[in-house]
Design a protein around this ligand. Structure first.
Ligand code: G6P
Length: 611
């Protein structure tokens, strides 16, 4: 949460910083701010506003600064309410040093107390502000040394970019736990929370590791560790994402664009992973194979939408790779002292690779000696770097806060990994693998067919958009689909939506049902199809309003439902990849009809980098 960007070079800094914040706004949008160094008198120009970036932009409308050095921030509030005073950047007492921060300073109260006694005056209620005053406290002509001393006192996790009017040719960067990437330009350099803020200018990046400092000048980048102070040689990586992928491309918002990108994501995922009739992962070598062959049990650990992907993954792994699999949300896994052993595989699924609880769960699993495998979308992210093995989902940048295409990529990757593991463990025949992969190749077309049917969701969305309570029911592979459908609706429409295993309906949710209750039933052909039909009958007998996701050719569910959305006929395992797409579109339509901000729903952030 919170997005940071810093620039030093020859361009005017303000437009570069604002454009960077536009790309990072998904990380939080409670307030936004920018500070630039005025090149003529070396004073700081600061502007910040409560609310979305648009507020800051309207204040800056018509402002043209000659400054070529600055830092900026978009905030997801942790300490201190969303307000102009609490917005970053924060400045020291003399307004000579400014700082932006992503993370939490856990011991800020005791430091604040100490600094107040020394006469520092605070302008906000944030934990962040103490850091800039601490630098001021230690400053005696060398910002880097003061910054190093200050960081040495802080507990918690953070990414900082600092500038000072007294050293106008430098930006000072530090990272611990929270992401920070350095963009390597020609006569200019960048720092940002993620690469989307940088790729319009350079594709060359350096990923900072924990406890590393970087000093950026126009023509140089010096990186050193906190402990040794010695310069470190870092690898420069090339970012493959294109600039267009991070733009709306004619769609009204990122979420709809990302929903419509799903056929391409499926196509590319399959093209990358299928070679000579086999599943192939470029990052899994023979050592990994030897490791994976022997595993006793799998734990899948993740949050939010990625957790739902894990639930589907469990059904896949148990059915085909015949390996016992347990799925947990990261925030539980890390605190329950999980019974993970050296013989186990812990799979971390994450779009961002930066979710704080999932990072902690990964470290817990590693500490217990388990083999760790990350399924990650963002290349070079913390989880991708720290896990023993990584499989990238290659969905491209996902900007909409509600995850869509990353989920599809996670499910596809799980389906591929399942067969890969099943082959290693010899739990499936060659004939089965051939027919499984043949069917998988039909998925991109099937997703396109579903998107072409979007209009079928218009009548139910029009009828139901004012409703405040929705129930989603599914079984087997589509029980997690019910959870994910409910989550999507909750996130972007603010209606209460509850996903339930249909078999559990009689153990509680049926009490909710009357003629005003909408129930979304995910009922494609499957081994529990008849059971779903019975459930829908029971719901209809109590006069609920029913929208069902069915398979083409279905008759029984259609007869019972007010509306149906048919998906192409495929095996049950793949139905979970298809049936979630109409639910994404349904949530989208309800959100738009309620005039919600689809891409930036209230209180949420794309990447939850605090516990
Ligand atoms: C947040 C996002 C969700 C996401 C979850 C896990 O809640 O809004 O879309 O599923 O975090 O994020 P991760 O990056 O670990 O997949």
């Amino acid at each position: 949460m919170c997005g940071i960007v810093g620039y030093i070079g020859a361009r005017k800094a303000l437009p570069v910083l604002i454009q960077g914040l536009e790309q990072l706004e998904y990380r939080g949008y409670d307030s936004a701010g920018v500070v630039c160094i005025n090149p003529t008198n070396h004073s700081l120009f600061l502007a910040k506003e409560k609310g979305k970036l648009g507020q800051l932009k309207s204040v800056l409308n018509g402002v043209s600064l000659a400054s070529t050095t600055g830092i900026a921030h978009t905030r997801w509030a942790t300490h201190g309410a969303p307000s102009k005073a609490n917005a970053h950047p924060h400045e020291d007492c003399k307004r000579r040093i400014a700082l932006v921060h992503n993370g939490i300073i856990e011991n800020y109260q005791e430091i604040k107390h100490k600094l107040l006694k020394k006469g520092h005056r605070f302008r906000s209620e944030t934990d962040t502000e103490i850091a800039v005053h601490l630098i001021e406290e230690y400053y005696d002509g060398d910002v880097e040394q003061a910054f190093r001393k200050a960081v040495g006192e802080l507990k918690g996790y953070f990414a900082f970019v600092v500038l000072s009017a007294d050293e106008p040719g430098k930006l000072f960067v530090f990272k611990r736990s929270n992401p920070m990437v350095i963009g390597v330009g020609n006569g200019e350099n960048f720092a940002a929370s993620d690469v989307t803020a940088i790729i319009p200018y350079t594709r060359k990046v350096i990923y900072l590791e924990d406890d590393e400092f970087a000093v950026l000048e126009r023509d140089s980048i010096t990186i050193s560790s906190r402990a040794s102070h010695k310069p470190i040689r870092k690898t420069i990586s090339e970012v493959k994402w294109s600039v267009d992928e991070a733009k709306k491309g004619g769609f009204p918002n990122f979420m709809l664009k990302e929903i419509y990108e799903q056929p391409r994501v499926a196509e590319e995922t399959l093209a990358k992973r299928l070679k000579n009739g086999k599943v192939w992962f470029d990052t899994l070598d023979s050592k990994a194979e030897a490791h994976l062959k022997k595993i006793r049990k799998v734990f899948v650990v993740s949050c939010g939408t990625a957790y739902h992907a894990g639930l589907v993954g469990r059904y896949m792994l148990e059915e085909y790779a015949k390996v016992p699999t347990e799925v947990q949300v990261s925030s539980e896994f890390r605190y329950v002292d999980p019974l993970v052993t050296k013989e186990d595989l812990v799979i971390l699924i994450t779009q961002s690779g930066e979710t704080a609880d999932t990072i902690a769960a990964l470290r817990e699993a590693r500490a217990k000696g388990a083999c760790t495998l990350a399924i990650v979308n963002v290349v070079g992210s913390t989880i991708a770097r720290e896990a023993d093995y990584v499989i990238y989902t290659h969905a491209g940048p996902e900007i909409g806060v509600a995850s869509t295409k990353a989920y599809i990529a996670q499910l596809l990757t799980f389906a591929l990994f399942t067969i890969y593991l099943a082959c290693l463990r010899k739990t499936v025949s060659a004939g089965f693998v051939a027919s499984y992969l043949k069917e998988m190749r039909k998925l991109p077309k099937a997703i396109t067919t579903i998107l072409h049917r979007e209009k079928l969701l218009e009548p139910p969305a029009k009828t139901l958009f004012k409703n405040k309570n929705f129930l989603f029911l599914g079984r087997g592979y589509n029980f997690p689909t019910a959870l994910e459908g409910a989550l999507k609706l909750k996130e972007i429409s603010y209606a209460h939506a509850h996903g339930y295993a249909a078999g559990e309906m009689k153990h509680g949710p049926i009490a909710l049902i009357d003629s005003t209750q909408p129930v979304i039933c995910i009922a494609p052909f499957s081994k529990t199809y008849e059971k779903m039909v019975s459930n829908i009958q029971e719901i209809k007998a109590r006069k609920a309003i029913v929208l069902s996701i069915t398979t083409e050719g279905d008759k029984s569910v259609k007869q019972l439902s007010d509306w149906v959305f048919p998906i192409p006929k495929m095996s049950e395992i793949f139905s979970s990849i298809l049936s979630v797409i109409p639910l994404q579109l349904f949530a989208y339509k309800i959100s738009v009809k309620n005039h919600r901000d689809v891409d930036q729903p209230r209180n949420l952030a794309k990447s939850v980098t605090v516990e």
